[in-house]
Design a protein around this ligand. Structure first.
Ligand code: ADP
Ligand code: MG
Length: 695
């Protein structure tokens, strides 16, 4: 099946609109599943599907009225529904020169003839609660018309639209696409042995049913089959990738020389924990193996992942290779950069920082250094994966806080790092099945202990007055404090303003102390100098947005006040709290919260009771669902269209097993009966991710 322009009624202009929804082929359209459904059946047995203000009925036209008023034209019709209630529907049109010559209601008049039967879908007019038999019409369909069966009198699909495309048009085009698919008699994409094994609906049936289900049961069957299909496709893509990388052995090797690693260890000022030693050994073994590394390092906030990564990067440097570490925010990248500079000062290893706010001249210099190999270690944000960044000998890539990167960015990085050693790090524990499905075949290392001397952080809820009192107490003891305000409406801009206002107020609350402010709208040099001043204890209180959530490391800071704590998720609260308790002093986290929902109350009590990031992560997964945890929601992209990671855990399990069976039988999907599956795999992943190469 080809381009969407082959469908009746879709020309270049319409195709452009579909392009915005990333639909360019008929197959794309068929796999563009409804956002939701409405029960528009005659007696709507499952009206719970519908929004409360929605009115759906099949009525008979009692009378019509056309009222010319001064500036508007009004068309009014009264219909009787099955129970003989009278319902009033009204349309307005602006009077215009045009309307003198053409009746703007001509089509309505033709459809709303006396006694005509018409399906009406509309909303109760809110302003007229007393007369809820007045509605504003959203869609209507003459009952006799041939097309009506797709729009009303059934469970009706509602699509995610873009301006210029209506649900009605969407359903019509979808019908065309389904007819086209039937006519072409598309083979089922699932390998036949799997369709048989699970007794799924056939592909064509499942697609028809996900768009135009005859019952909720049929819809659920279709959804299960399509969810399985999605899991299987993704898992297989990773599986094929694995087969291919196994074939592609590294064309470089490592030798442990220690001329950098030994002085590095000696200068650290502390011993590695046993857990760090074990993990470093695992990573070094991967690096020395002939196959590319794909390892996920999990470790709670503060467990010391950075030093582990840096050890691996130094091993690369010892061997004359370049390495890169990519962080999700500029602040974190800057923080790493400062740590690296400090730790490597005596070692003479050239380090650079590359983010989107790196000035043009400096950027040019860095790009040149990366290309000629004079820079060994580069720290950065996604600015590192821009097309013009080229390396002389990049052999090791580290992704910090990797769950915070979107799918596309991860894909892009995979592409860049196809033949590299890859280390990903996260403080959010991910169940193994999910990790496999999301990040492909990987090994997992876990830091199971925190560096010695860490005390659990005393966490409690308090009001603002108590919070300020505690802050003053700590500062008088010679310690430092953070006061954090939430992001407002996801916008750093508005948040910056809000935090500036709070900052002014706090200066009056704490006239005796030195306050500084940090937010995402500041320039890099500003941020850098504020962080340096705070680290050097030139300021006492850092007032900030959650930009400081990851990475900031000041052992003398012992109290973290989180304002509007009810607005933060569990993972964020835990990360923020992790900014304190980094030195030898007892540390505190104070949560100031207003209007708590029951969910917020639950989150706050979990955070007060536990300092164990893995336990908190598990509870978070239960409360929010894995989609959010994995960052697919945050980044506005969803990896799965129908699959629901919590609900479909078993389906995911089957898919992973079946994937292994399939690839054992046919590692590169070359058998003729697997051709349709292979083709879909290519459509999906070759285009978007360059993840696999089946050409
Ligand atoms: P995270 O795992 O959250 O990224 P970091 O790497 O930022 O943690 O480490 C947190 C702090 O612990 C840093 O100040 C780091 O220098 C320190 N640290 C790391 N390992 C040790 C250790 N073995 N002993 C003492 N302090 C350590
Ligand atoms: Mg970290």
């Amino acid at each position: 099946m080809g381009s969407i322009q082959f469908l009746k009624g879709i020309g270049p202009a319409k195709a452009k609109l579909f392009e915005r929804l990333e639909i360019s082929s008929i197959a794309d359209l068929l796999h563009y599943y409804p956002r939701t459904y409405q029960d528009r059946r005659e007696d709507a047995p499952n009206a719970g599907l519908n929004p409360p203000s929605l009115v759906v009925f099949k009525g008979r036209v009692l009378r019509v009225q056309s009222i010319p008023a001064r500036s508007v034209l009004i068309f009014k019709t009264f219909l009787a529904d099955e129970k003989n209630n009278q319902i009033e529907c009204t349309w307005f049109k602006k009077r215009s020169f045009h309307s003198l010559r053409f009746d703007p209601f001509a089509a309505l008049k033709k459809d709303f003839k006396m006694n005509a039967e018409i399906w009406v879908i509309g909303r109760r007019e809110k302003r007229n609660d007393f007369f809820d038999n007045k509605i504003s019409v959203e869609e209507y369909y003459p009952a006799q018309a041939t097309d009506t069966a797709w729009h009303a009198g059934r469970i009706t699909p509602i699509y995610g639209l873009t301006e210029g495309l209506s649900n009605k048009q969407f359903r019509q085009f979808m019908q065309e696409a389904l007819r086209e698919a039937d006519a072409k008699n598309q083979p089922d994409i699932l390998p036949p042995f799997l369709t048989e094994k699970h007794r799924f609906l056939a592909s064509s049936q499942a697609l028809r049913a996900i768009h135009f289900p005859n019952s909720l049961a049929e819809l659920e069957n279709a959804r299960a089959r399509l969810a399985y299909e999605e899991f299987l496709l993704l898992a297989t893509a990773w599986g094929v990738k694995r087969t291919q990388t196994k074939v592609a052995q590294k064309d470089y090797s490592y030798e442990i020389k220690k001329h950098l690693l030994t002085p590095f260890r000696q200068n650290l000022g502390f011993e590695f924990t046993n857990s760090q030693k074990k993990v470093i050994n695992e990573i070094f073994a991967d690096l020395q193996s002939p196959l590319p590394m794909n390892r996920l390092l999990q470790g709670d906030v503060g467990s010391g992942k950075t030093i582990v990564a840096l050890s691996a990067m130094l091993l690369a440097a010892e061997n004359g290779y370049q390495s890169a570490i990519m962080a999700p925010t500029e602040i974190l990248a800057e923080q790493h950069f400062l740590t690296f500079q400090k730790t490597l000062k005596k070692l003479n290893v050239p380090v650079a920082l590359l983010t989107s706010s790196t000035k043009t001249a400096e950027r040019k210099k860095i790009l040149a250094g990366l290309k000629d190999g004079s820079i060994s270690i580069v720290v950065g944000t996604h600015a590192l994966i821009q097309n013009d960044v080229q390396f002389h000998a990049l052999k090791l890539a580290v992704i910090d806080e990797q769950h915070r990167f979107g799918v596309k960015q991860r894909g892009k990085l995979k592409e860049k790092t196809a033949k590299l050693d890859l280390l990903t790090m996260t403080a959010t524990p991910i169940p193994r099945t999910l990790a496999l499905a999301f990040y492909g075949d990987l090994e997992v290392s876990t830091l199971t202990e925190l560096p010695p001397g860490r005390q659990p952080i005393q966490t409690r809820q308090a009001d603002e007055y108590q919070a300020h009192h505690l802050v003053a107490q700590e500062i008088e003891k010679g310690r430092q404090a953070y006061i954090v305000y939430p992001l407002i409406e996801e916008s750093e801009n508005i948040s910056a303003k809000a935090v500036s206002e709070e900052f002014e107020k706090l200066k009056k609350v704490f006239p005796q102390f030195r306050l500084a402010m940090l937010h995402g709208q500041m320039s890099r040099s500003e941020k850098e100098s504020i962080m340096k001043d705070f680290a050097a204890h030139k300021t006492d209180i850092l007032v900030a947005t959650p930009v400081i959530e990851v990475g900031i490391d000041v052992p003398n800071a012992t109290i973290m006040v989180i304002e509007n704590a009810e607005r933060f998720g569990l993972a964020s609260l835990h990360q923020l709290r992790g900014r304190v308790g980094r030195g030898k002093h007892e540390s505190y986290c104070v949560l100031v919260a207003q209007n708590k929902s029951s969910l917020a109350r639950e989150r706050l009590s979990i955070i007060c009771q536990s300092c164990d990031g893995f336990k908190i992560g598990e509870r978070d997964m239960q409360l929010r669902g894995p989609g959010e945890i994995l960052g697919t929601r945050q980044s506005g992209e969803s990896e799965f269209k129908t699959a629901d990671l919590l609900k479909d855990k078993n389906i995911l399990q089957w898919a992973l097993q079946d994937r292994d069976e399939l690839l054992t039988k046919d590692p590169l999907l070359q058998r003729p009966e697997h051709a349709p599956f292979r083709k879909r795999l290519q459509e999906l992943y070759q285009k978007n991710w360059h993840l696999i190469d089946l050409s």
